[in-house]
Write a protein that binds this ligand. Structure first.
Ligand code: NAD
Length: 262
């Protein structure tokens, strides 16, 4: 039996978000997209006003929300403001999750899929202080800590903070106790506008293909969308607080003995 559901996807104008929206719509679901452009709800998730616009815009179109994918994100490229990066990647994503919690709870069995990254376990030396500052929840303080590092370092820190938040919150009464499953995907290098920009980066471009994969190719946005659609579905009913890597084997190559024994 197929049931038509209502989902919200931020970053729906491009890459993984666009592929996810297309896949879910193809399965007969309704999808409300949020983005800076070309979206059902046009909003800037880096600002408080934009986040309010986003939450109210989704709420108006989806009083009951079966799933949320906060996919909008900023890459850690040369010249990118690390403060903007943490505001969009961490605080913008969680503003949607927290803001739309009533609509998710109303669905009586909703799911959220966050976008973490295999850069957390595969990119060495990122600053834990940025992740800690995000997790503490004070955006101004987190921006100040992020301002001390390059965007390329802030990026995995912002994605680690999302995974840590997920691990803390997914098991809590206010989420799983209210029937909302929280999980995340951790993609490797996926061919999108974001990684096209990485390849053009004058400093970091040489590293674009530096990470090995067992498949010998980048991922496709559609491959991540399939995983997200699974995590949103009832077929993933046992997954709570899981961070699912989808990276063609990069994490397995670089971290062969993980999970580590207790
Ligand atoms: P993309 O650049 O193709 O799409 C990102 C979207 O986010 C764009 O449409 C952009 O307009 C939107 N966005 C950016 N700032 C915004 C803001 N302030 N307000 C609203 N929307 C905003 O990127 P992608 O590769 O599809 O990445 C999607 C997500 O997946 C991101 O969170 C990214 O960090 C994560 N991710 C990507 C990869 C990869 O290799 N592509 C790997 C791991 C994780």
């Amino acid at each position: 039996m197929s049931t038509s559901r209502v989902y919200a996807v931020s970053g729906g104008a491009s890459g993984i978000g666009a592929a996810t929206a297309e896949l879910l719509r193809g399965l007969g679901h309704t999808v409300v997209t949020v983005d800076l452009r070309d979206a059902d709800v046009v909003a800037d998730l880096s600002t408080a006003e934009g986040r309010t616009t986003a939450v109210e815009g989704v709420r108006a179109l989806a009083p009951v929300l079966h799933g949320l994918v906060p996919c909008a994100g900023v890459a850690g490229l040369t010249g990118v403001d690390p403060e903007l990066l943490v505001s969009v990647n961490y605080f913008g994503a969680l503003a949607l999750v927290e803001g739309l919690r009533p609509e998710l709870v109303r669905a009586e069995g909703a799911a959220v899929v966050l976008l973490s990254s295999n850069s957390v376990s595969c990119q060495p030396g990122w600053p834990a202080a940025v992740a800690d500052a995000c997790l503490a929840g004070d955006e101004s303080a987190a921006r100040a800590v992020a301002a001390r590092v390059e965007a390329v370092q802030a990026y995995p820190a912002s994605k680690a903070a999302l995974a840590y938040w997920l691990r803390r919150e997914a098991i809590a009464e206010r989420w799983i106790g209210a029937g909302v499953r929280l999980n995340a995907v951790a993609p490797g290098l996926i061919a999108t506008a974001m990684t096209d920009a990485l390849r053009r980066d004058p400093v970091l471009g040489v590293f674009a293909d530096a990470y090995p994969t067992a498949l010998g190719r980048p991922g496709r946005a559609e491959e991540i969308a399939e995983l997200i659609a699974f995590l949103l579905s009832d077929a993933a009913s046992l997954l709570v607080g899981s961070v699912v890597f989808a990276d063609g084997g990069t994490d397995a190559i670089l971290n062969p003995r993980r999970p580590a024994p207790m």
